[in-house]
Structures are given as structure tokens and as C-alpha cells.
Design a protein around this ligand. Structure first.
Ligand code: A2P
Length: 276
């Protein structure tokens, strides 16, 4: 069955912006070439963070790609130790400088771990940065249901556009997904491949064989068909290409049901969504 999704398909956010549905995760990537190749191959979205210490590398790769700034979506995230109004403002300026950019498309609070007061002040700084044109969109990451409720109670007129969390068929986060959807907050799925741990699973091979696709492609396609924005990470040119070769097939309802039945309730990374 032909797929209506394309590599340049976007999702409309609650602030009116359109974000590319597939992004390149760059945790641990220190190769500007990897970023350049991804953009030349057709990716239009790169997801970095202060914590990854590669905002410079992302900026370099973007410049080397020759792409126009308005054609590429670039996200960063405010790290836990940079929470608070002043520190967020200061380090956001530093991140822009490191990346060599005038603005970020999206800035997320990386985690709720620093506590209520800090995360609300951090978000206030992001809203002000948005008014100043330093960022286009403000969101959160690793927020649980209670963090989302807390944020919406404090900023009813400036809801986050996105919550980026670990999601895969093995860890579907239904409570968080339901809460975000109730408020039109888009979901970004990180570690869709379980940090690589899921790519040899025989049950995924079996599904993939029907479409001549790999387990990684099945997992990424599952995320797209759940209406998530998906962020597979790779710094390998071949795998970067393969992870975007998703648009000539569509998982059947039966295969989606089979994948949905793989829930384990456990993730493979940290889980700040339970932080007080
Ligand atoms: P590499 O960067 O060498 O490609 P996740 O996105 O779930 O965090 O997974 C990232 C991990 O999965 C990385 O170790 C990455 O390694 C590996 N990986 C990415 N794409 C593929 C793929 N298509 N097949 C196998 N492993 C992959």
C-alpha cells in the first residue's frame, strides 16, 4: 500500500508552526559530516541538546550542507544545571553562539528533575526568548502527567508545543500520550530503537520481511503511524539513510496491533517523568 507520508512531511503544532516528522537524533554524535549527509539526504530536522556537547558540530554540519536556515528545523534543550530564569537566558545565548545560529526552531526543557520552582522559571525564560525571536517554539522533555498539568496551570496561554519522551512499541507511555493529546501537545519519540537494543528482535524481523524492511525501519514507521515526531539516532551514513527509507510502505492495522501488544512497561534510558 502506498504511503501518504513523505520525508518532508510536517506536523502542525499548537503554536501554528510546522515541524518535520522525522528528525535526526545526535546524542554522542561528534561528526559534522553525519549532520551534513543527513541534510543532503533529505532530513530537515536535527535534535541536539546542551547536554550532548555538540551544538557546534550541528551548526558546522548545517552550514556545510548549504541548506537555507528556514528549511531546517533545529532543536536544542536546556540542561538541568542551567535551570532558572537568568541561567537559562544566559546559556541559551551561549548555545546560539556555539551553533552559530540567530535562532533555534525549538527549545525544550531537557527534564523536570531540578524541581517545580526551577522548571517554571526556566519555562518563563523560554517564553520570553520566544518573544525576543531567539526561539520559535518552546516545549518540554521527559515530562510526566503531573509536570504537564503544573505547567498548564501556570502558563495557560503559553502551552508547550511538544513533550519529547522515550517511546517505542515496548514502552508506549499511554498516560503521558493521552494527557498531551488532550491539550494538543505534540509527542516526540526518542530512542525509538531502544538505543539499538531492539534492532535484532526476531518478532520485528518477521514483520519487516513482509515489507522488505529492517526492524529499525518497522520501529520508526510505527512511531510515524502513531502520529509521533520520531528521532532515530545514528552517526553512521548508511544507517542514517536507511532510517529515512520509510515512505514506500505502510504497516497494516494487523501489524500495528501486533506491535502495540509488545508493551513491557519498561524503557531503556533514564525516566525523569516520575520526578516530584
Ligand atoms: P549508530 O550511531 O552507530 O548508527 P535510538 O535512536 O533508539 O537511541 O538508537 C540509537 C542506537 O541505534 C545507536 O547506537 C545507533 O548506532 C543504532 N542504530 C541507529 N540506526 C540503526 C539501524 N538502522 N540499525 C542498527 N542500529 C542502528
Amino acid at each position: 500500500m502506498a504511503s501518504s507520508l513523505r520525508l518532508n512531511s510536517t506536523l502542525k503544532l499548537n503554536d501554528g508552526l510546522s515541524i518535520p516528522r522525522l528528525g535526526l537524533g545526535v546524542y554522542l554524535t561528534q561528526s559534522a559530516d553525519a549532520i551534513k549527509h543527513a541534510l543532503q539526504f533529505g532530513y530537515r530536522h536535527i535534535d541536539t541538546a546542551q547536554w550532548y556537547e555538540n551544538e557546534e558540530v550541528v551548526g558546522e554540519g548545517f552550514k556545510a550542507s548549504g541548506m537555507k536556515r528556514e528549511d531546517v528545523w533545529i532543536t536544542t534543550k536546556i540542561w538541568d544545571t542551567n535551570h532558572g530564569y537568568n541561567q537559562t537566558t544566559k546559556t541559551l545565548d551561549e548555545s546560539l553562539k556555539k551553533a552559530g545560529l540567530d535562532f533555534f526552531d525549538l527549545v525544550l526543557i531537557h527534564s523536570p528533575n531540578p524541581g517545580k520552582e526551577k522548571r517554571l522559571e526556566t519555562y518563563r525564560a523560554l517564553i520570553d526568548a520566544k518573544k525576543q525571536g531567539k526561539i520559535k517554539s518552546a516545549g518540554v522533555s521527559n515530562y510526566g502527567v503531573h509536570h504537564i498539568k503544573e505547567l498548564l496551570a501556570q502558563f495557560p496561554n503559553d502551552p508547550p508545543s511538544i513533550n519529547q519522551i522515550e517511546i517505542s512499541p515496548f514502552f508506549q507511555r499511554k498516560d503521558i500520550v493521552t494527557e498531551c493529546r488532550k491539550h494538543n501537545i505534540a509527542l516526540q519519540a526518542y530512542s525509538p530503537l531502544g538505543k539499538g537494543a531492539f534492532v535484532d528482535r526476531p518478532e520485528l524481523h518477521k514483520i519487516g520481511e513482509k515489507y522488505k524492511k529492517s526492524p529499525a525501519q518497522v520501529l520508526i514507521r510505527w512511531s510515524l503511524q502513531q502520529d509521533f515526531i520520531v528521532l532515530p539516532k545514528s552517526s553512521n551514513e548508511e544507517r542514517i539513510k536507511a532510517n529515512a527509507d520509510l515512505y514506500d510502505f505502510e504497516l497494516s492495522k494487523q501489524d500495528i496491533d501486533t506491535l502495540n501488544a509488545m508493551e513491557t512497561g519498561k524503557g531503556v534510558t533514564w525516566d525523569p517523568t516520575k520526578a516530584p
